[in-house]
Design a protein around this ligand. Structure first.
Ligand code: 2AM
Ligand code: CA
Length: 291
């Protein structure tokens, strides 16, 4: 694959085909470790797990980027900021990749098929990451989700749209616990209680990037989660917006992936419904550490 990626690496973004091929190739690599006896380590500071497969997938993706786009910067879940000749934070105009080599590592480590590879590429504009291309690949289903800014969002090459009727009682909304524990976990539980009482069903799957992709596809009608990292949300954010949805933070402002730790995503009317409840609960639980 690498031989076919001819680009002027200083200015160009990958094509949707290229970024999709990269995510799918990383996913095939991780599939070789799935449900096998592999090394699983706990990250320090309650940051979850890392497996041999996470490390191999991130190394593969970083090698592809270094070979084909040597000037681009990379933020990977397992190795932080690197490439482009320095370990400094990116500067205005830099082209940046944000990688989650396996999103849903806990699921992966247990043999649960709800996990994916998430790859985003964009540019630093006015101090923010502006995503240009995104790919999410679920190895278990071989579903490939891609999006390009102003180009639309696609599932296996076919256009996809967010979707939800007007009736909340027919909605299925996904969320997650990420690293919420103690009183911050109480906040998540209260959200689940509020939504579960009003909608068809809340789902907790354990991989935010895949939840966002499924929301962009209309399988979930909305998604919200707090205490996430940039690599969990970077690709999914563009998938949602290019599929006709919106992404906000818990303050109701446009989502900014390098500074926001929480996201509310889906069709605009579902997002405002979710935000109204989140805002009320934030005030009710203002003496806790949630969100
Ligand atoms: P990960 O699998 O790549 O770690 C699950 O609700 C979501 O939260 C996943 O996307 C998971 O990403 C993310 N997450 C973030 N911080 C986490 C943590 N400390 N422990 C477990 N999952 C975490
Ligand atoms: Ca992740």
């Amino acid at each position: 694959m690498t031989g076919s990626l001819h680009q002027d690496s200083s200015t160009n973004f990958p094509s949707l085909q290229q970024i999709g091929d990269m995510a799918a190739a990383a996913g095939r690599l991780t599939a070789g470790y799935f449900r096998r006896d592999i090394r699983i380590d706990e990250k320090s500071g309650d940051l979850g797990l890392v497996t041999e497969a996470d490390i191999a997938s991130e190394k593969f993706l970083k090698n592809e980027i270094a070979e084909n786009f040597p000037s681009h910067r990379v933020l990977g879940e397992e190795s932080g900021w690197s490439n482009g000749g320095s370990n400094d934070l990116p500067e205005e105009g830099d082209i940046v990749w944000i990688l989650d080599p396996i999103d849903g590592t806990t699921n992966f480590s247990k043999g649960n098929i709800f996990h994916c590879i998430s790859v985003a590429c964009g540019k630093m504009v006015n101090g923010k990451f502006e995503c240009e291309r995104a790919a999410v690949y679920q190895p278990a289903t071989q579903d490939l989700y891609t999006a390009g800014r102003l180009q639309g969002a696609f599932i296996n090459g076919q256009p996809m749209r967010v979707n939800a009727g007007q009736e909340a009682r027919r909605w299925s909304v996904a969320t997650g616990f990420s690293s919420n524990k103690g009183d911050s976990l109480h906040g998540v539980i209260r959200c689940i209680e509020e939504f579960q009482n009003k909608i068809l069903g809340v789902r907790i799957n354990g991989a935010a990037a895949l939840d966002l992709a499924l929301t962009a596809r209309g399988i979930f009608n909305g998604f919200f989660e707090s205490r996430l990292s940039a690599w969990d949300m970077a690709a999914g954010d563009l998938l949602i917006r290019e599929a006709g949805g919106i992404t906000l933070n818990y303050q109701g402002r446009p989502f900014d992936v390098l500074s926001d730790k929480h996201i509310v995503a889906g069709p605009a009317h579902v997002v405002s419904f979710m935000l109204e409840t989140l805002t009320r609960l934030k005030s009710e639980l203002k003496n806790t550490s949630w969100p």
